[in-house]
Write a protein of this length. Structure first.
Length: 276
């Protein structure tokens, strides 16, 4: 693609890339907690004969399901506030939805899927995704609201917890901030702040079971506030969520050992290509 800027860097727009390879014939667990992120997913199915590219929008509630028939998958998680500009559709049109890229981009979305299926390696898949995203940056105009939303994201993921304070620091009204956030991130700033607290609590719970301390450090009023948010956003208490995760991991490891096979899936973080 000669028309694409050769200095384009995928890392400007994407914060995480993962490749997933399930054991043949086995389902793998899909678990998405609310986090205010939009993800592009390329899947190879039916033994490599077919595939699809979908967009998983930001979630307001956790999603748990088992996926079957997937040979491998590559997932690009966009930084909050970038998906609308790159995909050409408001982020809130994708909230709690999984949409085929072809429904958003038209024919070029289907052509991209064919290009990715023809790729012979993961680096080649990433290069082709980079080219497609780079081309979109030349075809769309980014609204000022997207830049405003990204600045607000940085504050909410930092030390600011009140939406009114964020709006004041950015020199806009809370109403203006909510509109920009909804269009560019897919959920409102208050909902985003809740996902930030939830993700912090989940990370802290990996090394501690002191829920009162976790609640305080994650930004909740108290332990009851943490439990209430878990129930609403995840559908489980914090303890039940961790027990479920531990039981699934233990079952997977036990079965892998019994059959002398690798774990049911391999999830590999992938370094972002620095440029095309």
């Amino acid at each position: 693609m000669d028309s694409v800027d050769l200095t384009f860097s995928l890392s400007r727009f994407v914060e995480d890339v993962r490749a997933l390879v399930p054991v043949a014939g086995r389902a793998f667990h899909v678990e998405r907690l609310p986090d205010g992120r939009t993800t592009l997913v390329f899947r190879v199915i039916e033994g490599g004969r077919k595939g699809d590219v979908t967009v998983a929008g930001p979630r307001t509630r956790a999603l748990f399901k088992d996926a079957t028939g997937v040979a491998r998958a590559v997932m690009l998680q966009f930084k909050p506030g970038w998906s609308a500009s790159l995909l050409g559709v408001a982020a809130n049109a994708l909230t709690d939805r999984i949409v085929p890229l072809e429904d958003i981009w038209g024919r070029s979305g289907g052509d991209l899927c064919l290009d990715l299926l023809a790729a012979r390696s993961l680096p080649e898949v990433l290069d082709r995704l980079s080219q497609a995203i780079a081309l979109r940056t030349h075809q769309t105009v980014e609204p000022a609201s997207a830049r405003l939303a990204r600045r607000a994201v940085r504050l909410l993921e930092g030390d600011e917890v009140r939406v009114e304070s964020v709006a004041e620091r950015l020199g806009v009204t809370a109403r203006h901030l909510r509109r920009a956030f909804s269009e560019s991130v897919g959920i409102g700033p208050k909902e985003f702040a809740r996902t930030v607290r939830l993700q912090r609590a989940v990370r802290m719970a990996a090394t501690s079971r002191d829920w009162a301390r976790i609640a305080a450090d994650a930004g909740y009023y108290d332990q009851a506030h943490l439990i209430a948010d878990f129930r609403e956003l995840v559908g489980l208490t914090p303890g039940a969520f961790l027990k479920r995760a531990g039981a699934r991991l233990g079952s997977d490891e036990a079965e892998a050992d019994l059959h002398r096979s690798p774990p049911p899936r391999q999830v590999v973080p992938v370094p972002l290509p620095r440029s095309l």
